[in-house]
Write a protein that binds this ligand. Structure first.
Ligand SMILES: [Zn+2]
Length: 195
């Protein structure tokens, strides 16, 4: 009986490790302080400009980098099954394998990632509209709020797109912030003050 619980415990440890490792790129890379000086601090609205589009594309890169990072727990899982603890190895295998499978099938089925090229294009259209001949008002100032992109001057809804996590250091601290990001995977949580 005890052995069974212990194996389940080991499996969970392996699964959690693999989950964490594959989230390292998006949890850590964009959150360096020097990398966020051009953005307003989390959770304030973000001004829509070229920097923001660049950031969306970077987040997209980190999202796909998880596939490369999945090789780490997959390899350690395999080694652990062969030479160490089988339940830990199996846990790592299941989670990294699931990540690879689900991301690859989402590409095949045409599902969009949280951060994608289309989103970057839509933001570019907002910038063009605000700077072009047909702006919403004379002082167009597009801000990405929690639920949509709005002009700060006239209040017009410029893009009905909830804001995903943009890699800014979290205002709720590293531990609580990371925990939320781990659960949400960076997707927008509308109806709350979360990114
Ligand atoms: Zn306006």
């Amino acid at each position: 009986m005890f052995e069974m619980f212990y194996e389940a415990f080991e499996f969970t440890i392996g699964a959690m490790l693999a989950y964490l490792i594959t989230r390292v790129p998006f949890l850590t890379f964009p959150r360096v302080k020097s990398w966020n000086q051009q953005f307003s601090p989390h959770p304030e609205p973000v001004f829509v400009d070229g920097h923001l589009i660049q950031r969306v594309l970077h987040m997209r890169l980190f999202y796909w980098l998880a596939l490369v990072f999945a090789i780490i727990p997959a390899t350690f899982g395999w080694l652990s099954i062969a030479h160490g603890s089988a339940p830990i190895g199996f846990g790592m295998w299941v989670v990294s394998g699931w990540l690879i499978l689900s991301r690859v099938t989402s590409v095949i089925s045409g599902e969009q990632a949280t951060w994608n090229k289309l989103l970057a294009m839509e933001l570019q259209i907002v910038i063009n509209k605000c700077a072009g001949e047909n702006p919403c008002c004379n002082l167009a100032y597009p801000l990405w709020e929690v639920t949509c992109v709005k002009c700060n001057t006239c209040g017009e809804n410029l893009l009905n797109q909830p804001r995903p996590d943009l890699g800014r250091p979290r205002s709720d601290g590293w531990i609580a912030g990371f925990f939320r990001l781990l659960i949400s995977d960076g997707r927008p949580i509308v109806a709350s003050e979360e990114e």
